[in-house]
Design a binder for this molecule. Sequence first.
Ligand code: AHR
Length: 474
Amino acid sequence: MSFKISRRAFAASAALVPVACTTPRSATSLGTPMAAAEQTIVNPLIENRADAQIFRHDDGFYYMTGSVPEYDRLVLRRARTIAGLADAEERVLWRHQETGPMSGFLWAPELHLVDGRWTMYFAAGPSGGGEDVFRIRTYAVVCDSSDPMSGNWSVLGEFKGPWDSFNLDSTIFYHNGTRYFAWAQREPGIETNSNIYIAPMATPLTLAAAPARLSVPELDWEIRGFKVNEAQAILQRNGRLFMTYSASATDDRYVLGLLTADADANIIDPAAWTKSPQPVFQTSVATSVYGPGHNSFTVDENGHDMLVYHGRDYKEIEGDPLFNPDRHTRVQRLYYDANGVPEFGIPVGNGPLPDRYAAPDRASVFLAHQGQTLMAGSAPLPNTQFRAWPQQGGAIRLSPILLRDRHLVAQADGSVTIGVAQRAGADMFRRIAGPQDGTVRIESLAYPGMALARSGSGIALADLGSGNTVWTVD
Ligand code: AHR
């Protein structure tokens, strides 16, 4: 089941959450009700924008670009917050030309500051019709101003790759003081649509060394529909380089794969990289997101790593998926396991970003569920993610992302179930600031003074003042 969230309707209801509620009698000594975040991120963040790149520049702005359904122009928007990108002004930087090699599709732009100049890389093809339109090559345009939103953009030229063949989805990253180009390309003699390459850069459009071929689509989940590895994105954390890439056809079979290398390895040596045997991110029927992919990474306003990707709300596509406009830009938290490896989980689905609630003194104990049963303990990431739907007067309803039409319900016997409230208001709660920063208590509005509490390995209502009602929000 998929349902669209009206961003304006959501913003209106969230706005009803008073900045500071009147302090309820039960909360006087226990903090005050939590106000809704000034800028709540609601997925999809930006509709009809695929291949999204979002990054936070040192000017404090978030910049966002991506493919438009018409593939005829390069666009850019910026905002002070990730959520603000949703309604930010979008500027057209450059349009495809009337004729020639850049007069057709414009794909997957990325904005980079290269040698102090704003440079947007993108893939483009001619508009000659037939198969010629897929004569896709990589180009760059540059800005004549330090402000990419107001400057004038002009063609810098074409990327000089190792072969004159289909190439796209370029990005730039830095490692040990060297600037690298990473891109996808069809290599003569290898029967795939595209493979993943990296090489050090000499100039903004030339390489300083022969490329290293890091990945060829060969596993079953990489060759569904088309043999594709593309859209690589690099994250450097915990002494390693994590390179995600997208694989297979751009319909519901589109997935993220992962290559990992030690940060101190010779990353230009393909042997330094290990490919995850399974995809790390893929279609989720439970949360109704299909074909998630072409990701980038950013950091939210609190310093948390964020996964940026596109995905559709539905599975069945009429016609060529490439010309379906409904690959929407989505973002969600990126977590890490105990070994510092990214935990991608699943696409969280439409609506406000979900949270995780952990026991302050036992980071591996979460508010979680197994099926329709709530629990306190360790569980797969998706089973620990709960979405807070804002209600009138600062109330919230809490819904597991895996059970979208179910909510937490307080019962008269002190238990808390997952389901549909039989008693009006039994599924209404309020988050109250906890005793330490980043902690909350979740008070039942049906049973004031009672809050969600850890009770052994289960969850029950307990007196608001008791210690097992404090949760760390993550
Ligand atoms: O969205 C257009 C192209 O389709 C992108 O460059 C590629 O990543 C995807 O397969």
